[in-house]
Ligand binder design. Sequence first.
Ligand code: UT7
Length: 333
Amino acid sequence: MKTENRRAYISSLAHYVPEEVYSNQFFEKRLDTSDEWIRTRTGISERRFAFNKGTSELMLPAAEKAIARRGIDKQDIDLIICATITPDHVFPSTACLLQNKLGIKHCWGFDLAAACSGFLFALETARRFIESGAAQRVLLCGGDRMSAILDFEDRSTCVLFGDGAGAIILEASDDPEIGVFDANLRIDGAGKDFLYMPAGGSAKPPSAETVANKEHYVVQDGRTVFRAAVVGMADVTAEVMERNNLRAEDVAWLVPHQANMRIIGATAERMGVSSDKVMVNIDRYGNTTAGTIPLCLSEWYDAGKIQYGDRLILSSFGAGYTWGSVYLRWGIK
Ligand code: UT7
């Protein structure tokens, strides 16, 4: 296998969101909040929840559709990566469950936990496997069933998130001008106290006490994360543009993580990109964590709005902290 100059590109993609829609009015009826507050502070109008599904069940339909669209035999997938912080179980991995559900015989795989940056971190990982020749076709799923870890009595978090997943296939491109060109990824554990789940891991295993104290839910200091996200996401994105000599007019689409409309706006402004070049679907899905970026890509692709050769900048910021930006050129004709 010749590996020199191999570039990885997205050869297929699809997404899945649960059918059940929960508007802001759903929360208005139960909590001291309003549609107006949620829309103006976050940009969210509604989201989907799948209360009786594991994340692998959100990823499965997306994966099946992505494979069918590519027209390949599913047995040609040699690596599965699932980006999620809401795996069906602590173990076995969601990748194992998905492999079994799909019936793929000769592959390996693993889960990758980087919260809202999970998709970008997995994309960079998958890209390296393709570039090195260690993998030929990677199935990469990003998604979360956030409703599993939300406190529906905490207005400061439960209104923000949703459930959903996307799947892409990554493989070697024939055209050297197509595929993933650059990634600028970061972590900083100094952010660990501002967005996290207190219990359920080895540091604080589940107990009657942790359940009683509601420690198995998302905890966020929204204002602190907001400030870090605005700076972090814009910084890495500006760096990626600079080191690839990209001007705003060269970029067809900015594909930002969908956590808050105001963070998205700040990143676009720093890039000098106009709002008509920014993918936004936070109004309909909220923050689906590792699902936001593939959900955007898949919806925009379905609508025929991404052209072969388009330059895309993908950007994210999330718990950890984890953040980053990826530059790619679109390769599906
Ligand atoms: O995706 C992972 C990364 N996460 C993020 O990027 C999220 C970053 N943070 C944010 O998006 C925003 O900080 C939030 C949307 C979470 C909050 O917006 P904010 O403008 O930063 O509001 P705040 O947290 O400063 O709260 C302002 C007020 C508070 O009341 P007081 O203390 O000023 O009286 C909150 O209690 O808004 C109150 N509040 C609400 N009011 C109505 C918080 N949640 C709600 C709510 N409805 N749902």
